[in-house]
Write a protein that binds this ligand. Sequence first.
Ligand code: ADP
Ligand code: MG
Length: 355
Amino acid sequence: MARIDLNHIRHAYGPNPKSDKDYALKEVHHSWEDGGAYALLGPSGCGKTTLLNIISGLIHPSHGQLLFNGEDVTNLSTQERNIAQVFQFPVIYDTMTVYDNLAFPLRNRGVPEAEIDRKVRETLEMIDLASWAKKKARGLTADQKQKISLGRGLVRSDVNAILFDEPLTVIDPHMKWVLRSQLKQLHQRFGYTMVYVTHDQTEALTFAQKVVVMYDGEIVQIGTPEELFERPKHTFVGYFIGSPGMNVMPVKLSGGMAQIGSHQIQLPAPVMPAGAKTVELGIRPEYVRLGRSGMPVVIAKVEDIGRHKIVRTRLENQDIAVIVGEGGDIPAEPHIAFDPKGINIYADSWRVGGL
Ligand code: ADP
Ligand code: MG
């Protein structure tokens, strides 16, 4: 297993990139710790697969350098990097049996047959395909093929890292949960360096020790699930993590107060971002209180989702979502108030420190 350093990586697919928008990856400068379990989370098209393929060597970056345990591997082939990669779309050999599909990467590396047999059987058990070992891959369903693809990534234990690119997309929700917890156990048992790409926040938050959030070709935040929830560094993280996402609204700041429409709110500490084009206040629906005092609102919609309700309110021209816990009622003259510890201020979409 290896520590992986990404040094000022940029990548453009087209020739002659001129500005930032020509880059699929703008500037990735980050280290994956040896034995770390990372989830790479972001919307479709933000550059997750590009970054993974740069680590595995399928793509040579336009700029920057990649190190494994301090050694420069930027110009090494995929084989030489010794990385296992599980692709979003299964790459399997239709004419081979399930068993041989898993044995293939080991035979390629000259592993003795007895050890191959042990590893393949163990992996088949894990992905719940042991009884399918002798079947040809051709006749399998899409989710069985995806499991084979996953198995092929897991069958080798001598790799520098295992990279998973949305490996469970076509697998049914229960099996997804089972496989994800097996991956987690494997990580705990063998200490693999794992990078798990997903656009699904639940998957990312349950799998990883550290979640790396990508947006538009950049890493916008790396943190524990709690850090991403409590202190989103970028408004995008606020929107993307949590359900519903963070409320973000334009504000004017002066002397420790934030003005929202015609209302003034006391900030926990004075902040004054200099030279910002946009200044916004972000607060998660969990930190907005619905009651009989504060700022008067109109109730636009109430969504009952079991244990709590999502109440969509309007404060003048601003939509603000509120989460109301079990037993919480909606007053006849509704007002909202912000819990100071949930307030974040953003200048040009980036969080301002000091609160
Ligand atoms: P993700 O995996 O997060 O969905 P990708 O890394 O696949 O994102 O893509 C990032 C950006 O690069 C997208 O704008 C995508 O259209 C572009 N892109 C991806 N692959 C290619 C390619 N082979 N040629 C040109 N552009 C590409
Ligand atoms: Mg992708």
